[in-house]
Ligand binder design. Sequence first.
Ligand SMILES: Cc1ncc(COP(=O)(O)O)c(C=O)c1O
Length: 406
Amino acid sequence: MPDTHFDILKILSTGAKALGAGTESESRWEIPTIHPDPIDLAVGMPVPEGIPMDSMADHISQVLCSGRYSEMEYEYGRGKADLRELLNDSIHGFTSLPQTPDNFILFNGSSGCMESFCATFIDPGDIVLVEGPSFSGTVETILKYQGRIIEIPLSEEGISVEVIENIVQNSLKNRDVVKAIYTIDDFHNPTGLTMSESNRRAIGQLALDNGIMILEDSTYSGLFFDESPPPDIYALNEGEGVMRMGTFSKTIATGLRLGWLQGSDGAIDAIRKSRSDMGNAPFIQTAVASFIESSEYSRHVKKMRSLYKSQCRALADSLLRHCSDYLEFIEPKGGFFLWPKIKNVDSELLTKSAAEEGLIFPDGSLFYQDRSLHQNHIRLAFSGNSPKRLDEVGLRLRRAFEKLLD
Ligand SMILES: Cc1ncc(COP(=O)(O)O)c(C=O)c1O
């Protein structure tokens, strides 16, 4: 018998270890409950009934029945030109700075864009400034590439330009490299906040002045309730010193795994040359292009905006009716999330007490790398449940508070 002992732990990369590979710790995202009818407010995904199953089935089968084998073959490089042309046409709402289709490159969701951005630009030890809090999924990618994360406190205006300026000055003295600023400036995950136009202009200029690349994550930008958000930094900077990423995950379905990066010729060329994933599914790219061209996409997104607005309203009203003594929040103008600040009880204990009442949501500390920055918030995703269901949340949450305060 051969000795089959093999020690995986010995060969783990530093990046994998930074994400917890090799440890036995459980994910803090998994909150167990034995409640018979739990309401899941944990994950930011489109409401299942809103996913255009029949239309997507039609468009995908049309592509597959076309007889074009290329739809089922590798499409490396930038991805299908038809879809990139539509992304570049401002009429469809994906960009406010049309350049050429070659200023776009398609990836496996915005997560794939993030992975590729880090692989292209981040060396071990490079400083990357992120909002504190921020979406842990993308921030972890920076950690995997051994970027050094500095969290910049977030206010209603967005991240503070003064704080960034101080960090940049200090890094010059210490010979550290501030390589990038990662911002979710529209309907931020987890806070729902939108950066002001003056902050966007100031951060865009600061990045240009100091040779720092901004990665603007526009995952939620199309999902505004009434008014579109202020101009994106990419457009304000005329495409220089910024890359902007988008995705169809939140507007159509997460399972499409289709997102894009927009950037200057030089930036996209660098990303394209350092990509080694052989591209993502061409038939999905063509089917989504045909969904957009048929105008179904624009009707669908309009419908989803008003649906999410009513879901957000239902959750906010339910919380205001039953829990106003225990929490406060700023109402978002789009996106998927409410970010209540919890008074009098510990937010992490609240997640456990709420799970007993059949409410599943994460503690706010999960959105910080430095947990000491956390100020007792919880994140509630209203995207995945109907207004009727969300109307029940306030009462259940009130019971969870009362149990802790008794
Ligand atoms: C801000 C943000 N960026 C990126 C992603 C990843 O999205 P995708 O499914 O396009 O990879 C998410 C998903 O929740 C997100 O909230």
